[in-house]
Design a protein around this ligand. Structure first.
Ligand code: ADP
Ligand code: MG
Length: 446
């Protein structure tokens, strides 16, 4: 939107879009774009087809909704590829699910269950999300609270839930909203003395998907309004799905809300392992249909371990660069282009010996015991814990971990599973493990 200044009436529209899609994404795809707005037609002028496809697939709905919300118009978007690029083929229009009811759900239709890669790190959240769709409002799934650090798929899952509900039951009233939007709309409603209609709008929903609820917590009037909305929906057995970048316990709610939040399902999305990261990149590559080798994908996946948004942002950056310069993506181009964001495995991954040392200290066993054949419980259990932590905290493959402990990979799998099970059933043990993890990290990255 490089010429936005010539359309002052559109500034709030694009400000809103920026808030929804995030500043980084906006800076990357929309800010540099030149456009024309005339008679409810927005013409975007883009450097290449890939760019157009990305905006169409991912942000078109959001742009259209923002125009509708601010200006009350249903716009048409036209994508124009600037002539200096060789390919001027039209951008194919993907199938867009347009909800049959007139209610604006604010869903981004490009986030679905189909294009969400299921993995051990998100399996529980994924299953819970599916369960919500099929048993909307059931006590045992209500509310569903998904939390994780940023960029691990919470927003994607929330939209996937909404899209799937509308696909199966088009008449359902679903609303997706971020905590930030809730706060700003509530404040706006108060200023315009429209709090009552604000309230009504929420109370008629069948499913309320509220993203990033941490924005609401701590702001007193909004928290209260949110609490009331929550209660009204909850009591009439309407589904509530919430996401947060903190654990529910870390949010500053009053106690009644906290205990309600904790009464449904709370699930964490964890960081994806290497295989999952590669699978995600493959899927993104296939969805944009761009020729980029598995070796390059694996290289990116190794270098970005903590955030899927950064992972795919890097892929898109590489693709945008290569399509603009008409070159084939290679590892060396990726290395050069992404040097600011890639970390080497050595930097990020914890050292196995640090894990052994800290676990050894906790359980009072010697370093060599980890690799010895001794099977007494006092040694075998800490060894299993150390193996488990190595699967969690390093990017070593299972056979590699096996070698580090002088065992084969099936022993590692078994160790991982028994420790996991204990974690799931014993909160005291979980606390102990968290303590060990914190110590390992402190030693490894002082
Ligand atoms: P969060 O809301 O947790 O910050 P998002 O849902 O916005 O994260 O995810 C960031 C990006 O990563 C999105 O584009 C999303 O599609 C993608 N993503 C995250 N997890 C997965 C996954 N398991 N499979 C496919 N894409 C994913
Ligand atoms: Mg999000």
């Amino acid at each position: 939107m490089d010429n936005l200044a010539t359309y002052p009436e559109l500034i709030p529209v694009f400000k809103d879009i920026e808030t929804i899609i995030g500043k980084d994404t906006y800076d990357m795809w929309l800010r540099p774009t030149h456009f024309l707005y005339e008679n409810t037609t927005l013409t975007l002028s883009l450097p290449n087809q890939f760019w157009a496809q990305t905006i169409r697939d991912r942000y078109e709905r959001i742009i259209m909704d923002a125009f509708l919300k601010h200006l009350g118009v249903n716009i048409t978007i036209i994508y124009e590829i600037q002539p200096q690029t060789p390919s001027v083929t039209p951008v194919p229009r993907p199938e867009v699910i347009i909800p049959k009811n007139p209610f604006s759900s604010r869903l981004n239709t490009s986030y679905t269950f189909d294009n969400f890669i299921e993995s051990p790190s998100n399996r529980f959240a994924y299953k819970a999300a599916e369960a919500v769709v099929h048993k909307l409002g059931a006590r045992e799934n209500n509310p569903l609270v998904i939390y994780s650090s940023p960029g691990l798929g919470k927003t994607h899952l929330l939209h996937a839930i909404g899209n799937q509900i509308l696909k199966e039951h088009p008449e359902t009233k679903v609303l997706y909203m971020s905590g930030e939007e809730f706060v700003s709309e509530y404040i706006e409603a108060l200023q315009n003395k429209e709090a009552e209609s604000f309230r009504k709008k929420y109370r008629t929903l069948d499913c309320f998907l509220m993203d990033d609820i941490q924005f609401v917590s701590g702001k007193e009037a909004c928290t209260l309004e949110f609490f009331n909305t929550f209660n009204a929906l909850f009591e009439s057995r309407k589904q509530i799905v919430l996401s947060s970048d903190r654990t529910p316990q870390q949010l500053e709610w009053d106690e009644r809300l906290s205990s309600r939040l904790l009464s449904g399902i709370i699930t964490e999305v964890k960081r994806p392992n290497l295989e999952t990261r590669i699978a995600i990149l493959r899927q993104k590559r296939d969805s944009i249909n761009f020729d980029i080798g598995d070796d390059v994908l694996a290289f990116i996946a190794e270098g970005i371990q903590t955030n899927v948004r950064e992972l795919e942002g890097s892929l898109f950056r590489l693709v945008a660069y290569c399509s603009m310069h008409s070159v084939v993506p290679t590892i060396s181009i990726a290395k050069e282009l992404l040097s600011d964001i890639l970390v080497s495995t050595q930097d990020k991954s914890v050292n196995v010996n640090v894990i052994k040392k800290i676990v050894g200290k906790h359980f009072n066993i010697k370093m060599e015991d980890f690799n010895s054949k001794r099977k007494t419980q006092s040694v075998a259990w800490p060894r299993q814990i150390a193996m488990f932590l190595t699967t969690e905290l390093t990017d070593l493959s299972l056979p590699e971990i096996g070698r580090e402990f002088n065992r084969d990979h099936s022993t590692v799998v078994h160790a991982r599973d028994v420790v996991k099970e204990k974690i799931e059933t014993d909160p005291f043990f979980t606390a102990e493990i968290n303590q060990i993890i914190a110590e390992v990290k402190a030693v490894d990255k002082p």
